[in-house]
Design a protein around this ligand. Structure first.
Ligand code: ZN
Length: 285
């Protein structure tokens, strides 16, 4: 059985994300452990940790995962921002470990005014420095593939493979595969041949075996658009067949999958998360 869930709000407490996921019959949940647009956060209390664990246990929701702040740029050529990003990555990773999460997902970074190679080297160094400072055996740092907008790195399997080769399992570094980002980056997930080409590339660069979670999002923009706009499952340029292939893939189906699609209700008043989950469950069966 494929494990499906979504990114949920922590408004009112971390356990609220778990309870809301359970309410919608999700198997897994992703959350922020701090405000994703701010550097600082107050410490997580013992009470919050206990309440979170209790909710997981009571609801049966599993594989909790966090998404790191969007301010972090481990590829930054600016020393000050780079140092701050590493520091913040350490905090994110420690918070995830404290809450007993499977891991924390981060966008590798953008090289801005340097170049691809310099950016990739910065990311590897930054991740290594963070890993040194975090003692969390079962909590992984997951590099997320990006759509390749602007100077964002990690859109190609080759770039991800390059970073993994220099970090990887010994540092508890893996990959979170986002379907929308892969498609927008130029891997045609809408076609059988495009998906096979992605699979071949992911295998070749050691990415396929490093995947530990997936973000399931359809894409508003076309394959190769390099634009990151999530769409509801089946309603975008990837389409239902594309998701059926992902859900049935012998390696991918083993890992927890999280929706990051828009919240709210469809025309009939049903929660979009519930609608998307239903589509995914149909396609997975
Ligand atoms: Zn994502």
């Amino acid at each position: 059985m494929v494990k499906l869930g979504a990114h949920m709000s922590i408004a009112g407490g971390y356990y609220k994300a778990v309870d809301a996921a359970a309410e919608l019959d999700m198997d897994v949940v992703q959350l922020f452990t701090k405000n994703n647009n701010q550097w600082n956060a107050k410490e997580i209390s013992d009470g919050e940790v206990a309440q979170f664990a209790k909710s997981l246990k009571e609801t049966g929701v599993g594989n909790p995962l966090s998404h790191a702040s969007y301010l972090i740029n481990l590829a930054s050529p600016k020393d000050e921002l780079w140092a701050k990003s590493i520091e913040s990555m350490v905090v994110e990773w420690q918070r995830a470990a404290l809450l007993g999460l499977d891991g924390v997902v981060v966008h590798p970074g953008a090289f801005v005014e340097s170049d691809e190679q310099a950016g990739l080297e910065r990311i590897v160094q930054g991740v290594a420095r963070a890993a040194e400072q975090v003692d969390a055996k079962d909590c992984w740092l997951l590099l997320e593939n990006t759509a390749g907008q602007g100077s964002c790195l990690g859109w190609s399997m080759e770039q991800l493979g390059w970073m993994l080769e220099r970090t990887g399992e010994s540092m508890r570094v893996g990959v979170c595969l986002d379907t929308c980002h892969a498609h927008a980056a130029g891997y045609d997930f809408a076609s059988e041949s495009g998906f096979k080409a992605w699979e071949k590339d992911a295998k070749k660069h050691g990415v396929l075996d490093a995947i530990r979670a997936l973000h399931l999002n359809d894409s508003k923009k076309g394959c190769g658009s390099r634009v990151d706009r999530h769409e509801h499952i089946g309603l975008g340029t990837i389409g239902r067949e594309g998701f059926a292939r992902v859900l049935k893939h012998r390696v991918l189906k083993k890992w927890p999958m999280y929706l990051e699609t828009e919240k709210g209700q469809d025309e009939s008043g049903q929660e979009w998360d519930a609608v998307n989950l239903q589509v995914l469950r149909e396609l997975a069966s």
